[in-house]
Design a protein around this ligand. Structure first.
Ligand SMILES: [Zn+2]
Length: 383
């Protein structure tokens, strides 16, 4: 099965230029002028900018489909919906109210990971907890939190058939440091988040193996001039990538600009933290037994606690370009290249290059999604 994308504008750091993109067997096989491919399906991209598809490593659902469920159909349904927002791969970010419930959930959702070409690809799990600070739990109720336990992580790892890719953990919890070490040893990325740690405790966490930071600024001890906490520790740690939510509601644009100046294009990872309400017109719903209401780009509890974002990935991308004043090649690094590394797929996703997966988003002049290709198959085409 071949697909020829004609006359795309490539968002190249050296400057935009026109090219055809030939996809075969789910991969990009050639990029160049006037490519010929008899029998291939054609997609005329005239005037549209092509970039690597967006990869969301922190997403709880969208289009009405939630990952806080044991139904694998939810993962498949999200994977079918997400390309309309430019997303071609993602980590299933989930949690549950007990160890047994979480283990059961990870096992139950696995069949949903088998998505066909033409849908976004689940690249593994992101566990947001259960080893989170009670003081910075955000919208997670207390019964979602646990004391660090290597045995429990090993059980979750087995239940998930080794598909856990990212684990958000508060490094100051008793027993967190050896657990961080174990998470890294078993091939997942320990991510600091939902934490009340001091800067010293954060540095011990980085020493133990933390390599990534979950939604920098949100659900963590705030900056103080005599205790920089997780924010200063994260910004100052050159080996750590940091998630930023660009919905304009979780973090103010001025604060995003400040973080961007310190993180730069290699360490910034765009995430949505989307709930299932994202991309729907629903005014609210329930999460963990509590009412949530939509206020602009965010979903919150009636007391104002943010539960997640409802602005879809394409909105985050446009905001990032707007707030940071970055060009499109840089925006694609934040939205695709860097998250591909976090998701463990940096060798096959996140770049428009021959040999890489044919995960491609086509954007119009307003940076709206006009078409999306997932593993060589047209997954979305604006009507
Ligand atoms: Zn989240």
């Amino acid at each position: 099965m071949s697909l020829l994308i004609r006359n795309a504008i490539l968002a190249d750091p050296a400057g935009p230029h026109r090219a055809d993109i030939l996809c075969r067997g789910g991969r990009i096989v050639a990029i160049g002028r006037d490519l010929d491919a008899p029998g291939a399906d054609l997609l005329d991209a005239d005037g549209l900018t092509a970039g690597p598809g967006f990869i969301d490593v922190h997403v709880h659902g969208g289009g009405g489909h939630s990952f806080f469920t044991d139904a694998p159909e939810a993962v498949r349904a999200y994977a079918a919906w997400a390309p309309a927002r430019g997303v071609t791969a993602f980590l299933v970010s989930t949690a549950a109210p007990s160890h047994a419930a979480l283990a059961a959930r990870l096992a139950a959702l696995l069949p949903g990971f088998e998505t066909p070409p033409g849908a976004a690809e689940p690249l593994g799990y992101h566990l947001e907890g259960p080893w989170l600070s009670p003081a910075r739990r955000g919208a997670f109720p207390p019964d979602y939190l646990r004391r660090p336990s290597i045995a429990e992580f090993e059980a979750l790892h087995a239940a998930a058939a080794g598909r856990i890719r990212q684990v958000t953990i508060a490094p100051e919890l008793p027993g967190a440091l050896p657990l961080i070490h174990t998470i890294a040893r078993l091939g997942a990325i320990p991510a600091m988040g939902h934490t009340d740690a001091t800067i010293t405790e954060c540095r011990q966490g980085f020493e133990a193996g933390i390599r990534h930071v979950t939604h920098l600024f949100n659900a963590m001890r705030p900056f103080h001039q005599r205790e920089g906490g997780p924010i200063v520790a994260a910004l100052e740690e050159p080996s750590a990538t940091c998630e930023l939510i660009f919905d304009g509601a979780h973090v103010e644009p001025d604060v995003l600009r400040l973080a961007w100046r310190l993180l730069g294009p290699h360490r910034t990872v765009m995430v949505t933290d989307n709930l299932h309400l994202a991309g729907t017109a629903a005014p609210g719903d329930q999460f963990a037994g509590e009412r949530i209401i939509v206020r602009g780009a965010r979903a919150q509890r009636p007391d104002g606690t943010i539960v997640g974002s409802v602005a879809t990935f394409d909105v985050h991308l446009r905001n990032a370009v707007d707030y940071l004043g970055i060009d499109l090649p840089t925006a694609f690094r934040l939205a695709s290249t860097n998250p591909a590394r976090i998701a463990g797929a940096g060798d096959r996703k996140g770049q428009l290059e021959p040999g890489f997966d044919a995960d491609i988003v086509l954007l119009d002049r307003d940076l709206a999604v006009a078409a999306t290709v997932c593993r060589g198959v047209i997954a979305y085409r604006r009507g």
